[in-house]
Design a protein around this ligand. Structure first.
Ligand code: DGP
Length: 113
């Protein structure tokens, strides 16, 4: 297994995990861009948005709803937050395992890259 997020899911690499169920794991980003920076990751190894199909539509819905719940737990729901999925090299994706960034706790600037 080469994928770093699969290794985190398997418990082979330590992480600051704040949520886990059979479908998703959420852990704090090792290089946080904001006071709250959580990565929400499907347990199944899906490389990127490019690999999603119709069968994944409900999973993606649950991913967003989980992000909303974690934002509430992290006390940033009211102040606001940003959800980002990078896709591919020019989209800024570094880890080739689909993940949603949840960032907040500070006023985020408008610059996207
Ligand atoms: P992206 O650029 O969208 O692929 O984001 C990858 C993020 O993953 C980046 O913000 C840093 C984070 N990251 C990379 N390796 C690790 C790790 O081993 N542990 C944790 N917690 N985060 C990691």
């Amino acid at each position: 297994m080469e994928c770093i997020f699969c290794k985190i899911i398997a418990g082979e690499i330590p992480s600051d995990t704040i949520y886990k169920d059979e479908e998703f794991i959420a852990f704090r980003d090792i290089q946080p861009q904001a006071p709250v920076h959580v990565l929400i990751v499907p347990v199944n190894h899906i490389v990127s948005v490019n690999d999603l199909g119709e069968k994944d539509a409900s999973m993606i819905g649950r991913l967003i709803l989980l992000a909303k719940r974690i934002a509430e737990q992290e006390h940033i729901a009211e102040s606001g937050y940003r959800l980002v999925i990078n896709c591919g090299s020019e989209g800024g994706q570094v880890v080739p395992h689909l993940h949603l960034h949840l960032m907040g706790g500070i006023r985020l600037n408008d610059r996207m890259g």
